[in-house]
Design a protein around this ligand. Structure first.
Ligand SMILES: NC(=O)c1ccc[n+]([C@@H]2O[C@H](COP(=O)([O-])OP(=O)(O)OC[C@H]3O[C@@H](n4cnc5c(N)ncnc54)[C@H](OP(=O)(O)O)[C@@H]3O)[C@@H](O)[C@H]2O)c1
Length: 274
């Protein structure tokens, strides 16, 4: 990472799962020096525990964090957002960058709450960032090539970074952020199948993980072929795999998944209103 990034201070408000996934990702590839990372959170014991685990600094309040950091990662849940940031509204200066993660909180609301923040970014992450295999979608209030390149350079060591209109973030959240948990749900079914057929748990997990990984890498290797075309290479007509796919179709697996995705999207819309 160029010098500018290692000369900035990075502050995290909220030290839950998301903050920890970031710390793991950033520190694993030495992108940000530990001494440049500051944390503040609501519950002191948990704050200290996280700081100790990653050997990074703590500050005593969110206000102190904003005074200390040039880049602020807002990692609280949507219903904790207003109490966390309202008292900070007047503390920001125009050079600071605020990266907001609370799901379902639009830029327009953030702008209202934090009128002094000029460099405001809304990001939807996904958890494999902790191993450098994440996926991020981000939106800005208005086009700003300097800020875009800053965000992309900062996050790209942790995964792919995609800029998109804010209207698309909700569908992205369902598919890519909640999507990781959905894929793990399917993988559990693979495990269960194997374990029910007397495979030891460790071997079942190895087989299911590698099946998903292999299928994903295979699809990635052939971007010009549709997923249905690739599927045909596995499922020859009237063969056993085709029989399984036909049964999924009869049982309306697509409707089941669609229902789950829609329910997730509805919940995302309500997160900030509840
Ligand atoms: N986890 C992920 O991988 C992931 C992925 C995509 C999106 N997100 C989004 O990221 C946001 C955070 O998720 P999370 O999983 O990290 O939640 P989490 O584990 O519940 O962590 C939230 C953190 O915020 C702290 N907090 C609450 N109010 C605060 C305040 N006033 N000042 C300072 N800290 C405060 C909490 O402190 P306490 O210890 O007192 O609770 C906790 O440490 C959510 O909106 C989620 O939708 C998360």
């Amino acid at each position: 990472m160029s010098d500018i990034f290692s000369r900035l201070n990075y502050g995290f408000i909220g030290t839950g799962s998301l903050c920890q996934a970031f710390l793991q990702g950033f520190l694993q590839n030495n992108r940000i020096p530990k001494e440049r990372i500051f944390l503040s959170s609501r519950t002191p014991a948990r704050l200290q525990k996280t700081a100790k685990r990653f050997s990074v600094q703590t500050v005593s309040s969110n206000e102190e964090l904003v005074l200390t950091s040039q880049v602020i990662f807002l990692c609280v849940k949507p219903d904790d957002l207003v109490p966390a940031i309202e008292p900070l509204a007047s503390q920001f200066n125009p050079q600071q960058t605020l990266i907001s993660f609370p799901a379902g909180v639009p830029l327009s609301e953030l702008k209202k709450l934090l009128p002094h923040v000029k460099r405001l970014v809304r990001v939807v992450p996904n958890t494999p960032m902790s191993i450098g295999e994440g996926l991020f979608a981000y939106s800005l209030v208005q086009a700003d090539s300097g800020l875009e390149s800053f965000v992309e350079t900062l996050l790209s060591p942790l995964g792919k970074v995609l800029k998109m209109p804010e209207d698309n973030l909700s569908a992205f959240t369902v598919a890519a952020s909640s999507g990781v948990a959905f894929v793990l749900e399917l993988m559990q079914y693979w495990n269960e199948w194997l374990e029910n057929h007397h495979f030891p748990a460790e071997l079942a997990r190895k087989i299911s993980t590698h099946t998903f990984l292999g299928a994903a890498l295979w699809a990635k290797s052939f971007p010009d072929l549709s997923l249905a075309q690739l599927q045909l290479q596995v499922a020859s007509k009237k063969g056993m795999t085709a029989e399984g796919l036909k049964a999924f179709n009869e049982a309306q697996l697509d409707s089941v998944l669609h229902y789950g995705f829609e329910k997730t999207a509805l919940r995302e819309k309500k997160l900030f209103q509840d």
